[in-house]
Ligand binder design. Structure first.
Ligand SMILES: NC(=O)c1ccc[n+]([C@@H]2O[C@H](COP(=O)([O-])OP(=O)(O)OC[C@H]3O[C@@H](n4cnc5c(N)ncnc54)[C@H](OP(=O)(O)O)[C@@H]3O)[C@@H](O)[C@H]2O)c1
Length: 348
């Protein structure tokens, strides 16, 4: 496979720096060029570092971040652009880049719900990328970080016919970017509301679990309720999930269904694919962000496994708790794995 030229836009932020980490010495992609805005443009990555320096290659640490100018990123300069720009930028930089034929793997929610933009969770619906089979440029979006942590354990449960899903998230501070939630709101506290988050999960999950017909995605009908909260944890989104099925599920091997789940990234041994996407813990006290945040093997897939625990079955009801790394599995890692899938499908 030929190596690909890549860039990161929003490279200085929390997700952007995870991209720098995950694209260091990548087997498919060349060292990325880095772009950001006025706060970090023209500075060296090393000067603004918020992830441990030993996780990023020396040459990338030394690299200067270029001030973002979509007009200068011409068609053909990069095979893929990884986007970690804010979700409500006044000018739609990603659409501008798309117009000049670029392929964008984004974490921003700005264009996520457009009919022409699939939301791809690598293990769930990578076939949705096929809508771009005859197209040069495209945008492939990640779901919201909590949508991803919810969608992955739901996928192997779909054959049991869920009727209603109820989820309460306990989201990490880093989910709000840098500098994020004011420290006086965060320390020793819990905030029971995150603006727009509940609506995003409710809109996105049906699209992720939907079906591709021609080049249109038909969303899956999902009846669900969502409550999103912010807790004083640095990284790792926890979600308490309750699912009501159409029939009694007490005799179902839920733990086996979840831990045995494999998909396209595992079958194709992609570099950032966790060998086991869902790790089930038997302990009543797991998952915990302090203990399970970095679950996932091999080394390049650390933080890519979703950990599930507290599985309880009562009649038609299943209850469990999940933990996923919001800036890795819920953001940069998911985009890198999506780009690896696109490469392996011949779409890069
Ligand atoms: N944090 C998470 O857990 C998470 C998870 C999933 C998705 N996301 C999404 O990922 C994106 C990045 O999140 P983040 O947490 O990394 O945010 P962040 O820490 O605030 O970083 C934002 C980045 O975008 C750049 N930027 C700011 N204004 C810009 C503009 N007008 N045009 C282009 N670039 C601009 C910033 O550059 P300067 O440093 O120069 O200002 C910085 O590099 C957001 O869309 C967010 O919703 C975040």
């Amino acid at each position: 496979m030929s190596r690909k030229r890549v860039a990161i836009i929003g490279a200085s932020g929390l997700v952007g720096q995870r991209f720098c980490q995950l694209l260091s010495n990548h087997p498919f992609f060349d060292e990325p060029d880095l772009f950001a805005w006025e706060r970090s443009g023209n500075r060296k990555l090393e000067e603004i570092l918020r992830v441990p320096s030993n996780t990023i290659s020396d040459s990338l640490l030394e690299k200067h971040i270029t001030l973002m100018d979509a007009g200068r990123i011409n068609s053909g300069k990069y095979d893929a652009i990884f986007s970690a720009i804010p979700s409500s930028t006044d000018n739609n930089i990603e659409l501008e880049l798309l117009k000049s034929g670029n392929r964008i793997f984004t974490n921003s929610s700005t264009n996520r719900m457009l009919d022409t933009v699939p939301i791809v969770v690598p293990e769930i619906n990578s076939e949705h990328m096929e809508m771009f089979r005859d197209q040069k440029g495209y945008i492939i979006a990640n779901g919201n970080c909590s949508t991803i942590g919810l969608a992955i354990p739901l996928k192997p449960l779909l054959p049991l016919e869920p009727e209603h899903i109820e989820v309460t998230t306990m989201q990490a501070l880093s989910g709000a970017g840098y500098p994020g939630v004011p420290s006086l709101d965060a320390v020793s506290n819990m905030v029971p509301f995150i603006e727009s988050e509940e609506e995003k999960i409710q809109r996105e999950l049906p699209k992720v679990l939907g079906a591709l017909n021609g080049n249109k995605i038909t969303p899956r009908n999902i009846d669900m309720g969502v409550t999103c909260t912010r807790i004083p944890v640095r990284e790792g989104h926890t979600e308490a999930i309750s699912v009501r099925f159409s029939r009694n599920i007490e005799n179902e091997d839920i733990s086996g269904l979840l831990s045995g789940f494999r998909a396209y990234p595992q079958a194709n041994r992609l570099p950032s694919a966790p060998s086991q996407p869902i790790i089930v813990s038997g302990s009543e006290y797991r998952p915990q962000p302090e203990l399970d945040l970095w679950n996932g093997t091999p080394e390049r897939a650390r933080g890519m496994a979703v950990t599930v625990g507290r599985i309880r079955k009562t009649g038609k009801y299943l209850r469990f708790v999940t933990l996923s790394h919001n800036t890795v599995r819920g953001a940069a890692g998911a985009s890198v794995l999506n780009a690896e899938i696109a490469h392996s499908r011949g779409l890069l």
